[in-house]
Ligand binder design. Structure first.
Ligand SMILES: *Cc1c(COP(=O)(O)O)cnc(C)c1O
Length: 384
């Protein structure tokens, strides 16, 4: 046999696999069957083992199972990103002619997908207030999905989640929540009667800003539907990324505790500053829907926003943000590095932040005193 043939024929590990504290990472496309009989079973869709690289390889199944157990979910499926999980949840549980009710403070790319793509498939979307006010009046005969995000993106309004879940149940709607902020540890959507929970794993679960991934988790009632959808779409998540996500899951609780306390400390310090008007942190009493947080959440994440007491010029705002040495300027959150972003958002009146400049902070794992010092020096640039 030629050497080149030999190296291609060999190099398949057939020996014993050692038991390690972390699972092995299986990569790739082809899974080898041990006989024609197995192949024939696979052709009929009756082979019980793995058949192909899209068949949710071991690291993906290990991650999905761990996350499912943590959340009390019946079925979990991993996706290449959080937004991909959201998009696929909206597609999995709707059909042409349906109407979706969505909160107005939803993650912006979610709204963009509805506007640009779902509309092409004759699926209508309308928006309700971020605090859930008036949502029942917007239900139509063809409404099938009630989409929740609490707290909502950037402006952090909260909803009365048990009431929203009960409303969905009463009116026969599938309730879906983007639970990225609550994480599987601080909010338990299935205990509240919500049908579908989405995580951007990119954020706290991965925790190190080194992967992009998302998950859809469902209760028992929707399990078969999700499984069939996922399989038909031939979706899967990268084995490497699933490995990292599973690794992140193991340290989520300790990291989150630090993020939580640090964000509370920074938010409280901001509350002592003359430059600051409103602080949108769900766990602070001053948050307009603080009661909703108290009712369901067992903790708070490291992401919150605030507004200023006056309109600063773009130059002043730029000088403040650019001066910060520890806060990176960038999107995403949930990682070890503190980040800052700023923007204006359209919100239905009455609102504390419609069109107002909102500053969002992601509090990372740095020492809190250093972060406060950084902001303190930065604020000097607002005065000048
Ligand atoms: C970041 C984010 C997403 C999307 O996650 P990706 O993994 O970056 O695609 C979804 N929802 C919320 C609330 C987010 O902040």
């Amino acid at each position: 046999m030629h050497k080149v043939t030999e190296i291609i024929k060999e190099g398949v590990w057939k020996g014993e696999v050692p038991e390690m504290v972390n699972p092995p990472v299986n990569n790739g496309s082809t899974v080898l069957f041990s006989s024609y009989e197995e192949l024939a079973l696979a052709q009929k869709g009756a082979f019980p083992g793995f058949t192909y690289g899209t068949d949710r390889l071991p690291p993906q199944r290990a991650f999905e199972e761990a996350l499912g157990r943590l959340q009390g979910a019946h079925t979990v499926r991993a996706f290449p990103s959080g937004i991909s999980a959201i998009i696929n949840a909206l597609m999995a549980f709707t059909k042409s002619g349906d109407h979706i009710l969505m909160c107005e403070n939803v993650y912006a790319p979610t709204r963009r997908f509805c506007h640009r793509i779902l509309s092409r498939y004759n699926i209508q979307v309308s928006y309700y207030r971020g605090d859930g006010e008036g949502v029942e009046d917007l239900i139509r005969d063809n409404t099938t999905v009630l989409y929740l995000e609490s707290p909502g993106s950037n402006t952090m309004e909260l909803q009365d989640l048990p009431a929203m879940a009960a409303l969905a149940k009463k009116r026969g709607l599938v309730s879906i929540i983007d639970n990225t902020w609550g994480t599987p540890l601080y909010l338990r959507p299935f205990d509240l009667g919500i049908d579908v929970s989405i995580q951007s794993v990119t954020k706290y679960i991965a925790g190190h800003s080194d992967i992009i991934m998302g998950t859809i988790s469902v209760n028992e009632r929707l399990s078969e539907e999700l499984d069939l959808y996922y399989h038909s779409m031939e979706l899967y998540a990268s084995p490497q990324d699933c490995y990292l996500a599973l690794r992140g899951l193991k340290t989520l609780a300790v990291r989150l505790k630090h993020h939580e306390q640090a964000a509370l400390d920074v938010a409280k310090w901001l509350g002592t500053r003359d430059e600051v008007k409103d602080i949108f942190h769900p766990a602070l009493k001053e948050h307009p829907q603080h009661e909703y947080w108290k009712k369901c959440f067992t903790g708070s994440a490291g992401l919150f926003s605030f507004t200023f007491n006056k309109e600063y010029s773009q130059e002043q705002l730029g000088a403040f943000i650019d001066s910060l040495k520890l806060f990176g300027i960038g999107y995403s959150w949930g990682g070890f590095k503190s980040l800052i972003s700023a923007g204006r958002y359209k919100r239905m009146e009455p609102s504390l932040c419609n069109g107002v400049m909102v500053i969002r902070l992601n509090i990372g794992l740095e020492d809190t005193e250093d972060l406060i010092e950084d902001l303190k020096s930065g604020f000097q640039f607002l005065a000048e």
